[in-house]
Design a protein around this ligand. Structure first.
Ligand code: GLN
Length: 388
């Protein structure tokens, strides 16, 4: 039988590739973004309680109402906004499902979506499976700022979607209210929807405040905002995320969601609702928590030759190895896995056309002991390189 791939050039996601390499080589994995420390035991207890109580059958398609009400309360506390839990919130299988559903809801064959490179790798395949085309605008290191004039030049008759990841993974940059104003002004008279991937909403450093599209009155009307309890509760394996959008957009997203995953694991939803009900500020100090980890790692690596690039948000940190090597990132990182026994994430796979880059992404959502161990190994490796 002849079978034609719909995504012939798409391989296995870089996160899986690197995590496998880390296992093969016995390397410390600070690549793929997931915590290596336990979740709050009270959250674990809430899950046991939900199972014991019999919350084991299908949850409502849109998400357990208790959880959607909890989400609405959390959004009110975070951004002083009012969201209707019944018509505007949908619980999804991680942020990734929400992103996929939103793209399918918006993009028709021939439509275009604007992405900013380095772009998270789930975006482009979702657009292409919907029959759309991605217009990819490269952000250049070291500051990776969005040039809104460049965006204006790439907006066209077929543009239907702008995907904005804020805080940005893998650049660790944070968009400002002025960025959102610029975006709103550009698309004001166009049939363009915004898909805001805000899964790192609570990880912004140095006193910054997250600028959510939901708190921007003009963008609020035409945006899907995507969030993740995986990030907020340190439980990436639970795969519980949610999408927030005006009722009309939510209706379209749910048409996809209902035939994609239908509904999300019921006990997980009840556990999160109960936990956040009892501890509504569980996420309130997340930025401080991760900023301390950022500072720990950056202080350990500064001057090593693997130079920390200032990080404004997300639970990642970039390092620039340009002082040690001009090798392409895929080559250098494989050497780090084999010789330093530390696995990291390259940036080139996130670009349509990678610029010259000597940066790698490290995950800081790790125990301090893990970060120290990784820093020891990286510093030793860098010192060996410097001697060669
Ligand atoms: N979001 C995670 C990261 O950026 C990866 C998730 C995944 O592996 N699909 O590291």
């Amino acid at each position: 039988m002849r079978f034609t791939s719909k995504l012939p050039d798409v391989g296995t996601t870089i996160f899986t590739v690197i995590s496998r390499r880390a296992l093969e080589e016995g390397a410390l994995n600070i690549g793929q973004g997931f915590p290596d420390y336990p979740i709050d035991p009270r959250l674990a207890e809430a899950l046991c309680g939900a199972v014991a109580e019999g919350r084991n059958q299908y949850a409502p398609m849109e998400g357990a109402l208790e959880l959607r009400q909890t989400i609405a309360a959390k959004l009110a506390a975070s951004y002083s906004i009012s969201v209707d839990p019944v018509t505007e919130v949908t619980v999804t299988c991680g942020g990734t499902e929400a992103l996929y559903d939103a793209v399918q809801a918006v993009i028709a064959p021939g439509d275009e979506a604007i992405l900013f490179d380095p772009a998270y790798d789930a975006y482009e395949p979702a657009v292409r499976l919907a029959g759309g085309r991605c217009v990819r605008i490269a952000l250049a290191p070291p500051d990776f700022r969005i040039d809104w004039d460049a965006v204006r030049a790439r907006l066209g008759e077929r543009t239907r979607l702008v995907i904005l990841n804020n805080p940005q993974n893998p650049c660790c940059t944070v968009a400002t209210r002025a960025d959102l104003d610029a975006l709103a002004a550009l698309i004001r008279d166009r049939p363009v929807t915004v898909l805001a991937d805000e899964v790192y909403e609570h990880v912004v450093f140095d006193g910054r405040r997250h600028a959510s599209v939901l708190a921007h009155p003009e963008l609020r009307e035409r945006s899907y905002a995507v969030f993740s309890f995986g990030k907020t509760l340190h439980a990436t394996g639970w795969r519980v995320g949610y999408a927030v959008a005006p009722a009309a957009l939510t209706t379209e997203l749910r048409k996809v969601h209902q035939f994609n995953t239908f509904s999300i694991a019921a006990p997980l939803q009840h556990a999160i609702a109960r936990y956040l009900g009892a501890h509504p500020d569980a996420w309130a100090r997340l930025s401080d928590f991760f900023q301390a980890k950022r500072d720990l790692l950056a202080a350990r690596l500064a001057g090593s030759g693997l130079e920390p690039v200032p990080a404004a948000g997300t639970y990642f940190h970039l390092v620039d190895y340009g002082a040690l090597s001009r090798e392409p990132d895929m080559v250098f990182l494989d050497r780090l896995i084999r010789e330093a026994k530390v696995a990291t994430i390259p940036l080139s796979p996130f670009y349509a056309v990678p610029p010259p880059l000597t940066v790698l992404r490290l995950c800081i959502a790790k125990d301090d002991a893990t970060l120290h161990a990784a820093a020891d190994r990286l510093c030793e490796f860098a010192a060996r390189q410097a001697r060669i």
